[in-house]
Design a protein around this ligand. Structure first.
Ligand SMILES: [Zn+2]
Length: 334
């Protein structure tokens, strides 16, 4: 059986009215269970973090709008919960398995069912599953401040476990966002907007990569972003600075390679500067004679230029037609 590939964007699919589809709503409610599962619980024989399909299904009966509606009519409202759960079992399990394949939920083992000797799988939300649940909560403007703090704490906890330049830098940068009251603008809001765009998100790494180069349309906010970014960068140990620039260089060149037109020129320059961790290959095009030119550009300079939403492009004199400022270097979007 071939399964259609599923992505994170499935969780946020909307209908023509701009509301989450029934399917998307079910994904979101299952994820919300990671935060709310302690409520309305009659008994708890498992550790608080793990759950069975049955427990989840029971909670959904009280918290998923479609299921609530389905059983509120006179003709259906006396349906016992057990029957309700059995009726909707396949659908819930399918969604649960989708979330497992997206690495948002994980199966940690099995447990005995309450009656008889049969066993049933035991699930747990992953770190990313909990993070996404918080993001979904932040769709409610009334809860944003509270949720922003929760997300900050989650990201901060993760950065203590990993000692890569990206995590060390990211953690310091997020602290600055909090101190300047812009954590929602530069983190949670960026992720929220991403879920509203039509561009597919195939996995969580891709989703969070967007935070490194957030799209900020407000000019003053973008300037603030660049300032905080630079301040944080300057406070980093030189070795962390070098590692970070190198990782950004690789990301830029990887993206550039897909968009380059003159591939031989691109890879020749890329090879020439392979020892320069702080310089990346960017291919520009002449607006006059249409020739391609590959340049070695400082990563820091390039980053700051792509971040500010200004109309003035990065330009250079064309070597072929000798026109001043006619080579335009693209501002890559991540
Ligand atoms: Zn030219």
């Amino acid at each position: 059986v071939t399964r259609k590939p599923i992505g994170i964007h499935f969780i946020f699919q909307k209908n023509e009215k701009g509301h989450p589809t029934i399917k998307a709503r079910l994904y979101q409610d299952i994820l919300r269970y990671s935060i709310n599962k302690d409520k309305r619980e009659e008994y708890s024989k498992f550790d608080d973090d793990s759950f069975t399909h049955w427990r989840l299904a029971k909670w959904l009966m009280l918290n998923n709008q479609e299921l609530i509606n389905r059983y509120k009519d006179l003709s259906t409202r006396n349906t016992p919960v057990k029957i309700r759960i059995e009726n909707t079992q396949q659908r819930t399990k399918d969604r649960l398995n989708d979330l497992i394949s997206l690495n948002l939920i994980t199966e940690i083992g099995t447990t005995k069912v309450s009656k008889g000797n049969a066993t049933t799988p035991l699930y747990k939300f992953t770190y990313y599953g909990t993070l996404l649940a918080r993001l979904i909560e932040s769709f409610d403007p009334k809860r944003q401040v509270e949720v922003d703090n929760e997300i900050y704490n989650l990201l901060n906890a993760a950065s203590k476990q990993y000692h890569t330049s990206l995590y060390i830098f990211g953690s310091a940068l997020h602290k600055k966002y909090i101190d300047n009251g812009v954590f929602d603008d530069f983190v949670v809001g960026v992720l929220r907007r991403r879920t509203n765009s039509n561009i597919p998100i195939w996995n969580m790494n891709e989703f969070f990569d967007g935070l490194q180069f957030p799209v900020i349309n407000d000019f003053e906010k973008a300037k603030l972003f660049v300032r905080l970014w630079r301040e944080t960068f300057n406070e980093m140990h030189p070795e962390i600075q070098a590692l970070l620039l190198h990782s950004i260089k690789l990301k830029i060149e990887n993206k550039m390679e897909h968009e380059a037109r003159y591939h031989e020129g691109f890879e020749t320059v890329r090879f020439k500067i392979r020892d320069r961790y702080d310089v990346a290959t960017i291919e520009g095009h002449c607006k006059n004679c249409n020739s391609d030119m590959n340049a070695a550009m400082p990563v820091l300079f390039y980053l700051e230029r792509i971040q500010i939403p200004l109309d003035d492009p990065i330009t250079q004199k064309c070597r072929s037609c000798k026109t001043e400022s006619s080579i335009i270097y693209p501002k890559l979007e991540f």
